[in-house]
Design a protein around this ligand. Structure first.
Ligand SMILES: [Zn+2]
Length: 286
């Protein structure tokens, strides 16, 4: 078969004008309720520790967090990235929607951003109330922490690219953790595992090729990302085999450390009602 000829890629005479079109934010979040800073400060003032679950390196855990509780994803020792999944405890088919959260709040999230759920619910499962890495900002490479870009390291892509089977990827760690939490089989749990919030991971897109890059996480022992549970949650976390994700993942090569999931009670007088699911009637024009 002859090769398919390349399309004519000659730039049109008005190419410069076309490239100069003004960017428009796709989903301006201006109509969302603003962050209530006074409420955030109040609810953070009286945290009472309930329990802390340690996530061993290259492993996962899932814990239940009640509406109104606060949960911290903590880096207790060496630099370590965590892959976070959230499910509604009442119906785990309602789960964190990484892509729509990215569309609404940007590629990296921090305090004040909400973590939205899948269709047809599209409501906040959690709100970020504190981020000890908020100082990092956007670095000279365009990198920032806590991304909702990446999918999660997984054995299928690892197999595709290397030909090897690796069982300690975040996808598998989260699958085992969710199966344990729901007391179901791994085959039942696996389809509920979803694209993640990469806690502590420092990522961006390369300026020249727009490829997804990672660089060593700036996280230090004691840093945490703190969430308020807007609904009863199952919180799944994998301590990524990439460690600080400064070199590679999907292998046993990187030094890895544990993570903690710390749950706190808060003042019930300050609890908010669970957000209502989307009011769209789902008729889709029929
Ligand atoms: Zn991973």
């Amino acid at each position: 078969m002859p090769p398919i000829p390349p399309p004519d890629q000659t730039a049109p005479p008005d190419a410069a004008r076309r490239r100069a079109a003004a960017p428009v934010i796709c989903y301006p979040p201006d109509t969302l309720p603003p962050v209530d800073r006074a409420w955030t400060a109040a609810i953070r003032r009286a945290l009472r520790p309930v329990r802390t679950t340690r996530v061993p390196p290259r492993d996962g855990r899932a814990v239940r967090v009640a509406r109104g509780q606060i949960v911290r994803i903590v880096c207790p020792e060496g630099p370590q990235v965590g892959d976070l999944n959230l499910w509604s405890a009442a119906d785990p088919s309602e789960r964190f929607y990484s892509g729509k959260t990215r569309a609404l709040h940007g590629a990296h999230v921090s305090a004040g951003d909400r973590l939205w759920s899948t269709f047809p619910h599209l409501r906040p499962l959690a709100t970020i109330t504190h981020d000890t890495l908020a100082w990092y900002g956007i670095d000279a490479d365009g990198g920032a922490v806590h991304d909702v870009i990446g999918t999660r390291c997984d054995p299928y892509t690892a197999r595709l690219l290397s030909g090897d089977s690796y069982h300690r990827c975040c996808h598998s760690n989260l699958t085992r953790a969710l199966a344990d939490a729901l007391d179901c089989s791994r085959a039942e749990a696996e389809p509920l595992v979803h694209d993640v919030l990469n806690v502590f991971m420092c990522t961006g897109f390369s300026a020249d090729t727009h490829q997804y890059f990672m660089k060593a996480s700036p996280v230090r022992a004691g840093d945490y990302l703190e969430l308020y549970a807007e609904v009863d949650l199952l919180v799944g976390l994998s301590a990524c085999p990439g460690g600080d994700c400064g070199a590679e993942h999907s292998s046993d090569a990187a030094p890895c450390h544990p993570l903690d999931i710390a749950v706190y009670d808060t003042d019930p007088a300050l609890h908010r009602p669970a957000p209502a699911p989307s009011a769209y009637d789902r008729s889709h024009g029929a």
